[in-house]
Each structure stands twice: as C-alpha cells, then as structure tokens.
Design a protein around this ligand. Sequence first.
Ligand code: NAI
Length: 306
Amino acid sequence: MSDILGLEGKVAIVTGAGGGIGRGIALEMAKAGAKVVINDIGVSLGGEGGSASPAEETKAMIEAGGGQAAISTDSVSDWESAQKIVQCALDTFGQVDVVVNNAGILRDTIFHKMDPADWRAVVDVHLNGSFYVSRAAAEPFRQQMSGAFVHMTSTSGLIGNFGQANYSAAKLGIVGLSKSIALDMERFGVRSNCIAPFAWSRMTGSIQAKTPEEAERIERLKQMTPETNAPLAVFLASDAAKEVTGQIFAARLNELFLFNQTRPIRSVHKAEGWTPEAIAERALPAFKASLTPLGRSGDVFSWDPV
Ligand code: NAI
C-alpha cells in the first residue's frame, strides 16, 4: 500500500478483467488498496460465447490476496448494459473513482474481405464500449469532482497493422475519445489517458511469424507478460498522476514510452491558393522527403524513441 498512489479505498472498474492484461490490472489495483469491479463476459477472442468463470477466477485471486472485488458480467458493447457496470460499482461499493476500458475482441481480415459484421463487432466492443462505460461514469465523476479514465489503445491504431482495419480504426478512435474527455472533464477534476500495451496474451498468442524478423519480434513479445502493463495503468489511475491527462503511453516489457501528439511536420504556402496541379508540381516535392512510410504495429519492437 503506497501513500503516493492514494488508491486505498477507491473503487476501480476494470473491463475485460477476466484474463490477460485486464486481470493483471485488476490485481495490481487491489494491491494498491482499491476495491475492484471485475467486468468480463468471458467471450472467445472473436467475441463469441460467454462465461462468468474468468471474472470469478479474478475475483477469487483478489480475495485470496485480502482484497475486495465484485463481478459484473454485463457487456461493454451495449449502452444499457454499460450503465449496469457502473451501477454495480455504486451498488456494491457506493462510489466509482477509476474506469479502465480494457475489454477487447479481434476479428482480423484483410480489408477487401472485411465483413460489415466484423467491422461492427470490433468497433462496438472497443470504441463504442469505451464510450458507453466512460459516459456512464461521467455523471458520478462530475458530481464528486474527481475520477480517472485509462483506455487501452494499440500501436495497431497509432501506427497501423495488416488485416486490422476494424481494430485499428477503433483503437485510434479511442485516442480521440480520451483526448476529448480530458478536455471536457478537466473542469471536474477528471483525467483521461491511453495506454498502448504489449503482452503475450490470448490476443497475440496466435500471431504466426512469416519472416525471421517477425519470429524474433514474437520471441520478444513472449517475454512481455500481461502483468507488465499493470503498474502503468495503476499509476495513471492514481493521485500520483494528477498532472497527467490527455496522454498516450506504452509499456514494452520494462520500458515505458510516452508518445508524441500529432503535429504538422511540413508546411507549404501559395499566396494565390492551390490547384490540384499546383499541389502535384509544387507541394508534393516539398512533402516527399517527409511522407510517413507505411508502418505496422510490430515496428515498435525495433524503435528507439526520437
Ligand atoms: P484478452 O483477449 O486476453 O482479454 C480481453 C478480455 O475482454 C476477455 O477476457 C474477454 O472476455 C473480455 N471481453 C470481450 N468482449 C467483452 C465485452 N463486450 N464486455 C466485457 N468484456 C469483454 O486480451 P488482452 O491481450 O488482455 O487485451 C486487453 C486490451 O489490450 C484490449 O483492449 C486489447 O485490444 C489491448 N491490446 C492488447 C495488446 C497485446 O499485446 N495483448 C496490444 C495492444 C492492445
């Protein structure tokens, strides 16, 4: 129990806490003294099926460590049921102080074959789910003049990734959501930040290496257990991060990243205005050297911060 965190007795909702990164965060929250609402519907990676067992297992783990936890098996991907997740915190523990939007599914397909149903399912859980649960907590946060949101984004959204148009769009949408919440709720003492986690979990466990370079990246990813992301999430939820809002962080094993904010990198001006032809002839040569190469999520393994 650490004084600087100020999480003792606070109430944290962690969505998708029945396994993987969410379970790691739920356990770390409890270790910091928070009471935890474990939200999970126990679905497959693609979002099918459903079981209370994963959430129950996390609850048992928290209670075995002397912590307090409650379970919500309501889906994040529906407006009405998202209200129940926040209500569970209020009914069980009388308050809510932290929301970690972590629940997730994957339906990877190359873009020209992407089915609208696979688009909707992924956007519903990640982007709409993060909105629904955050929006449900916004009123209690506003009334108590405090609260912290931590949302899981991904380098698939920040950089790009093959076969993940639905997931990448949702994950970059979450960044926009988080930044807007940070601005809109600053006046109520509420903060909102994103984490791009890295973990060898169910979500990444099926990645197949097609090149020796990818095989090397997978070996590195295997060292990144879901728990390695938890301290950053708990820090961002805590009073120790009271000056930190609207930011994007990442955890890469024992290394933490702070991402930059998108800024213009080149500018060209033409007093009489632009035509498409003038852009081709004059702007393009100026931009060419600075065009961003296509990137993939895995690039981050070979990155050094600028
Ligand atoms: P995971 O698949 O192990 O866990 C996700 C959990 O979310 C599951 O327990 C599942 O039952 C739950 N869930 C799914 N749909 C739900 C819904 N509608 N309502 C409530 N719960 C639901 O995944 P993992 O790896 O732990 O990922 C956690 C988060 O981190 C996700 O948002 C993921 O996109 C993100 N992430 C993970 C990365 C990694 O390297 N594993 C990389 C980048 C982002």
